[in-house]
Design a binder for this molecule. Structure first.
Ligand code: G4P
Length: 510
């Protein structure tokens, strides 16, 4: 039996994070360089290569190949400076942003990558808002400093203004564009250069002046403000030239957040508690098409996971044996013999585990908090072969539990609706139903454009509303009522007419 102090030390060296960015800002390149810095891969280019390989191996991902996008989220584990880093990858395409949001519930910090020429872009802003909702501390990496870019002061201003976030530069770029040669560490007062630069070089004179200005005009790093999410430390670099990447990784090791306490329904669970708790935040099918597997990704929230344990699925009370939990590396996976709070393990299962499930050693606590977002697009599923109705029902249930689409069953008995945030999800559903269940479907349009979960503290009011609006109501996967409206205007009107009810566009999955 290990001593509690050992747990605490293991947990304290975990750093679990994700990278958020607008497409093309350099997330993939930075991921590769971080992994390489951590010794997880030998050659840059393998993160992308892995994606390619999966695509050719997997049937339904033909969509991915055809459209040149990645829909796979996974986790990469590597070590550096005495820390264990878990980098949770997120899909690049915004049609799969629900996956990204769910993944952000499982991290302790995020690295926001910004293109030095383009500054804050739409997707960065949206993902940032999600992080802010969840109080996730953010480090900023200003990428592509090896190209023509905006002035660093202007960029810092832009981040601060666009996101209402204090910016504390931690490093400063030495040289610009083609003459960018490295960074100056504003705290250690050291240079990290790729080549020698003479003191007489004009870049040095410029650096001296800028540093004076930085010290006089810009906020200093304040860890408490960073942890609260009101200040971001900023690093300048070039992922492709591997400049500034170590600055970032060392920073995560030095002051990146450790595994945080996790709020649950009955109490807050501290990461360092010895009893194991874990939260399923993502399900991924078909990672290995040879096995038709389904992996539930669970974040260990407290304690230590040991292979062979039996865990309780709090939602159902079922015992889940952990025969083969897995760790994922850049290119491979391997059996996880043990894992600590902050780690993410993949648990193979055949549909028992669902997004939002809490696993414990027996305690009845529920984390919840993995969000569902109101769909942007609603469609009615059209089944061509009526003999397959039962099969379709089961398939939709399974795929909805996996988070591929959301499903809404109209209370008036009409055929089910599916809801998605991005239209590519609809294509994925068609392809997977065909490949995995042998069911061919099409879609019909529906007169609804807005869906909101309806809740109320006043049960009678909710029941009255439900009875009066059956034709506009559907049940979601968990049987929660969802109101469907033909327009934003109609939705607002219904809200105004129903003051005792709350209409939500985000549902925290329990
Ligand atoms: P993403 O995952 O955020 O979408 O971005 P990704 O890393 O794929 O990078 C997008 C493009 O920007 C790639 O070029 C990549 O090489 C380039 N890039 C990334 N980091 C840097 C950097 O620090 N400096 C410069 N100059 N370019 C950078 P591409 O031409 O689209 O692809 P590729 O053919 O180079 O792979």
């Amino acid at each position: 039996m290990e001593h509690a102090a050992d747990y605490a030390a293991e947990i304290a060296r975990r750093r679990t994070f994700a990278i958020i960015s607008h497409p093309d800002a350099g997330k993939t390149t930075l991921t590769e360089r971080l992994l390489r810095a951590g010794g997880a891969i030998q050659m840059a280019g393998q993160v992308r290569a892995k994606g390619e390989r999966r695509r050719t191996r997997s049937d339904w991902m033909t969509i991915e190949r055809e459209r040149g996008i990645s829909v796979v989220t996974s986790v990469m584990t590597f070590e550096h400076a005495g820390c264990v880093f878990n980098l949770l990858d997120t899909p690049g395409h915004e049609d799969f942003s629900e996956d990204t949001y769910r993944t952000l519930t499982a991290v302790d910090s995020a690295v926001m990558v910004i293109d030095a020429a383009k500054g804050i872009e739409a997707r960065t802003r949206k993902l940032f808002e999600i992080c802010r909702l969840r109080d996730i501390p953010i480090l900023t990496f200003v990428n592509k400093m090896d190209r023509e870019s905006q002035d660093p002061f202007a960029l810092l201003d832009e981040v601060a203004g666009a996101l209402a976030l204090d910016t504390a530069p931690m490093t400063w770029p030495v040289g610009r564009a083609r003459d960018f040669v490295g960074t100056y560490d504003l705290h250690a007062r050291t240079m990290n250069l790729t080549e020698e630069v003479a003191q007489s070089d004009p870049r040095m004179a410029a650096l001296g002046e800028e540093i004076d200005l930085v010290r006089a005009a810009l906020p200093e790093f304040d860890r408490a403000a960073f942890m609260q999410g009101s200040l971001t430390p900023v690093y300048f670099g070039s992922a492709i030239r591997e400049i500034g990447v170590l600055d970032l990784l060392d920073a995560l090791a030095a002051f990146g957040p450790r595994p945080r306490a996790q709020p649950a329904d009955l109490r807050t669970v501290e990461a360092t508690e010895p009893a194991l708790t874990a939260l399923v935040f993502k399900i991924q099918a078909n990672m290995d098409p040879n096995h038709r597997d389904r992996i539930a990704f669970a974040r260990v929230c407290s304690g230590r996971l040991v292979r062979g344990m039996r865990l309780k699925q709090v939602r159902t009370g079922k015992q889940i044996p952990l025969h083969a939990p897995q760790f994922f590396f850049a290119r491979d996976r391997e059996l996880a013999e043990e894992a600590y709070a902050g780690d993410v393990v993949g648990i193979p299962n055949h549909g028992t585990l669902r997004i939002g499930d809490t696993l414990t050693e027996g305690e009845e606590v529920n984390f919840g908090g993995v969000p569902s977002f109101a769909p942007e697009i609603l469609r009615r599923v059209r089944l061509d072969d009526a003999m397959k109705a039962k099969k379709l029902r089961q398939a939709l249930q399974e795929l909805a539990e996996e988070g591929v689409v959301q499903i809404f069953r109209p209370q008036d008995g009409a055929p089910p609706l599916v809801g998605v945030v991005g239209s590519l999800q609809l294509d994925v559903l068609v392809a997977r139903l065909r490949a995995e269940y042998g069911v061919a479907i099409g879609y019909d349009s529906v007169p609804y454009t807005v869906a909101r979960w309806v809740t109320s503290d006043d049960r009678a009011a909710l029941e009255t509303f439900v009875a009066a609006n059956r034709s506009s109501l559907a049940d979601d996967l968990d049987g929660a009522p969802v109101f469907l409206a033909s327009s934003a205007f109609m939705m607002r009107r219904t809200e105004e007419q129903s003051p005792r009810l709350t209409f939500r566009d985000i549902k925290d999955v329990h």
